[in-house]
Write a protein that binds this ligand. Structure first.
Ligand SMILES: [Zn+2]
Length: 308
């Protein structure tokens, strides 16, 4: 693979596709975004990806490498998207192959939570921690793992499905087919459903206005999350730090504090005292930064930049 390529990173979400061209030092030099035409199917989304890459990237296809984060199960080795709740019609869709054919540039594809972990580890809250977990709590719950300084994907690239840890076998049905998964109890979608309100933000506003049942739903969700973080992440992995991101943390300080109490109940003292609990730092750029790091680590980008 020739060097001197530039990375165009894309964060493919259910609502927006965001694209950014990175300098070799890891800074974003140009951005663009478009509303995801998810309802038109995967071919229309590939056309959008092509337009965005052409809008921000170097014109010459041989000077580009494209890295894409997707919001659902994907095989990072083949670049086949198995399906995503936010992207109807995506069943075993060969995204990497389709983008490479459309653009004539090499393409890497990975799960968005994995890329968020990579981005936070290299440029955000996880800097300097060899054993680092990123947990996202938004419409769903997922995790990305960096262990011994390296991205950990598991044997098939399917590691990180932390949201489908069963915390209450008699709990509500999860879309995965199981019952009482963390995602069915503590995600933004679950919080809204359990409180009978339109969104987790509405539940948070109701709780802050004195609605006791909304406050109880949030407290229970935070507690389940903390127990799972303690038992499934801290006791199992003994990480140096865990960073948390996703819209549910906007629910206010009570959610964070109740989660931390759950962590204390669910974990052993020594690994808990060792593990820093942090807030994610990169905001909505974390997936883009992670996609950049993915392309950088894969080696087709040319000179490794300093400090990234
Ligand atoms: Zn589940």
């Amino acid at each position: 693979m020739p060097g001197e390529r530039e990375v165009v990173a894309l964060d493919l979400g259910g609502t927006w596709i965001r694209a950014a061209r990175f300098s070799r030092r890891g800074e974003i030099v140009k951005r663009a975004r478009d509303r995801t035409a998810a309802h038109l199917g995967p071919a229309a989304v590939v056309a959008q990806i092509r337009s965005l890459v052409e809008a921000v990237g170097p014109a010459a296809q041989e000077r580009r490498v494209v890295a894409i984060g997707v919001p659902g199960p994907v095989d990072p080795f083949t670049g086949v998207v198995e399906g995503a709740p936010n992207l109807p019609g995506w069943r075993a869709f060969p995204l990497k192959q389709q983008v490479e054919e459309a653009l004539g540039s090499p393409c890497l594809v990975d799960h968005d939570a994995t890329l968020a972990a990579l981005g936070e580890h290299r440029q955000g809250a996880g800097r300097g921690f060899p054993n680092f977990v990123y947990v996202t709590v938004s419409t769903g719950i997922g995790a990305g793992l960096v262990l011994d300084g390296r991205l950990y994907r598991g044997g098939q690239g399917k590691a990180g499905e932390f949201g489908h840890t069963v915390v209450d076998p008699a709990g509500p049905a999860c879309h995965c087919g199981n019952r009482g998964c963390l995602e069915a109890l503590s995600s933004g979608t679950a919080i809204a459903a359990l409180a009978g309100l339109g969104s987790a933000a509405a539940v948070s506003r109701a709780a802050q206005a004195g609605d006791e049942s909304a406050a109880r739903v949030l407290a229970t969700a935070a507690s389940h999350l903390g127990l799972a973080v303690g038992g499934s992440l801290i006791n199992l992995l003994n990480p140096d730090a865990i960073a948390f991101g996703g819209g549910v943390f906007a629910a206010g300080p009570a959610f964070w504090d109740q989660m931390v109490e759950g962590v204390a109940r669910g974990s052993f003292q020594a690994p808990r005292e060792h593990c820093r609990l942090l807030k994610a730092e990169l905001g909505e750029d974390q997936g883009l930064v992670g996609a950049f790091v993915l392309a950088l680590d894969a080696g087709p980008v040319g000179t490794a930049p300093a400090g990234v």
